[in-house]
Design a protein around this ligand. Structure first.
Ligand code: ACO
Length: 430
């Protein structure tokens, strides 16, 4: 059997043999590169449901089986045995580090936890109630203006330096969003602390008292950061790659990713889940919201349900659901919202509408509940997602830069506008 697919243009009888390429796992792909040259046609695939935009060796997910792996390592094993910085190393370098490499990596990231002092002034330019994702998109882009020593995107050392800077500075930049909104002074990082603890220290400590985060809270955030570190060619990652393909500054590419992640169909869903649960209020109102989600005349959707790729279960959601139960038990927190969430999940999973469309709770359904239990304001949820995802964005950007097929990303379109017509002077128009 030949590894090709023949495309026949039934209008002309012309044929094109397209190579079929098989990756390590997953559906084979049809290489349609010659389609335009040979048959004079493009493909139309709104939402890129069946289009592979690149070759990638970083993350694999199987939506039917509920599989997620980074560099071949199952997410369940990473969640149980690894830590966020090690996962960052894995994403960026492709292999798990030796102890020596890990020590060097941790030290290198610590070298980049500070931000330029002048950068702090950017925050005060925002309105007091600005959404922190708008601040993040702005300040991350602004970081580009401080580093003129590593702007050669063709230089692997510059790229690695940028990755270290992005990963090292994100907790600092994110914490300042929270401090600004809360009227609290900015806190410098303390490099004796681990990555997650340092973030908590910069975000939640008060100048007036000692601060020691709960071990359960550190563990929960570490887990959330691991689970959010990368997720293949989703909307924000594809945005980072598209911006990168124009050879843009990498900090600006990350800012573009942040802007995309903000949307409630994507990373903004964790915040939207909490708003939805607050709106539902108590279990007696759940059915009303389920009915609304099923009503085609109502734009409302159950936030935290459904996924473009996962049509069985989101493996991150399975891990996080368990962690959410454990955290609430350990903190002895009684969140009425959690009861509503569990009941909503139960009812939706038994409803034919959700079963037929394979709509399961995704990672965002539970992550918001964990943040809520840790008393983190909901506007910060997506910022923390961005913080964690920055490692994946950088790994994907670095891979793009080394891709032998590197070209500017430039999708085509099917034009459906008016046919050519002649300009009419304004005095002659009806
Ligand atoms: N509630 C109700 N119905 C839904 C939902 C939902 N959350 N999600 C999808 N559907 C329905 C659609 O109306 C559609 O029904 P139809 O076939 O009768 O027309 C069907 O399921 C398929 O939906 P699509 O929109 O085609 O699915 P798509 O893959 O384009 O969208 C998405 C995926 C954006 C995640 C969608 O499920 C959604 O909006 N979910 C809620 C937001 C959310 O939780 N986003 C976070 C995703 S995870 C992440 O980004 C980290």
């Amino acid at each position: 059997m030949s590894d090709t697919v023949t495309i026949t243009d039934n209008r002309t009888g012309k044929q094109l043999e397209c190579p079929v390429i098989q990756g390590t796992y997953g559906q084979p792909v049809i290489d349609t590169k010659l389609l335009h040259k040979e048959l004079g046609m493009f493909t139309l695939d709104p939402g890129f449901s069946t289009t592979s935009s690149c070759r990638s060796a970083i993350t694999y997910l199987d939506g039917e089986k509920g599989v997620l792996m980074h560099r071949g390592y199952p997410i369940e094993q990473l969640a149980e045995n690894s830590n966020y910085l090690e996962v960052c190393y894995l994403l960026i370098h492709g292999e798990l580090p030796s102890q020596v490499q890990m020590d060097e990596w941790e030290n290198a990231i610590k070298m980049h936890t500070m931000t330029h002092e002048h950068l702090s002034r950017f925050y005060t330019g925002y309105r007091y109630d600005a959404h922190p994702m708008s601040i993040m998109a702005g300040v991350v882009s602004a970081v580009a203006s401080y580093y003129h020593d590593a702007t050669d995107i063709r230089n692997p050392e510059h790229r690695l330096m940028t990755a270290k800077r992005v990963i090292g500075k994100m907790p600092n930049l994110a914490s300042k969003c929270y401090r600004f909104a809360s009227g609290l002074p900015f806190v410098y990082p303390h490099n004796s602390l681990g990555f997650v603890e340092n973030f908590m220290h910069m975000t939640f400590s008060r100048p007036s008292e000692d601060y020691e985060p709960l071990p359960a809270a550190i563990r929960a955030l570490e887990l959330l950061f691991i689970l959010h570190a990368d997720h293949e060619q989703n909307a924000s990652t594809s945005t980072v790659r598209l911006a990168g393909s124009a050879e843009s500054n990498p900090f600006a590419c990350i800012a573009a990713g942040i802007a995309t992640l903000w949307g409630k169909a994507h990373g903004g869903a964790n915040e939207a889940v909490i708003q939805m649960l607050e709106e539902i209020g108590d279990a007696s109102k759940i059915q009303k919201f389920i009915d609304r989600a099923k009503d085609k005349n109502d734009p409302f959707r159950l936030m935290g349900f459904g996924h473009r790729v996962y049509k069985n279960h989101d493996p991150r959601a399975t891990i996080i659901r368990q962690a959410c139960h454990e955290l609430l038990k350990e903190l002895d927190v009684n969140l009425p919202m959690f009861e509503v969430a569990m009941e909503l999940e139960r009812i939706a999973l038994e409803d034919d509408y959700f079963i037929e469309r394979k709509l399961y709770p995704n990672v965002d359904f539970y992550s918001g509940l964990i943040y809520q239990a840790l008393k983190i304001p909901s506007a910060m949820f997506t910022v923390m997602f961005a913080l964690a995802r920055s490692a994946g964005w950088m790994a994907q950007w670095m891979e793009l830069m080394e891709d032998e097929d590197f070209r500017i990303g430039r999708p085509r379109q099917l034009y459906i506008g008016p046919a050519k017509r002649d300009y009419v002077d304004i005095s002659q128009r009806s």
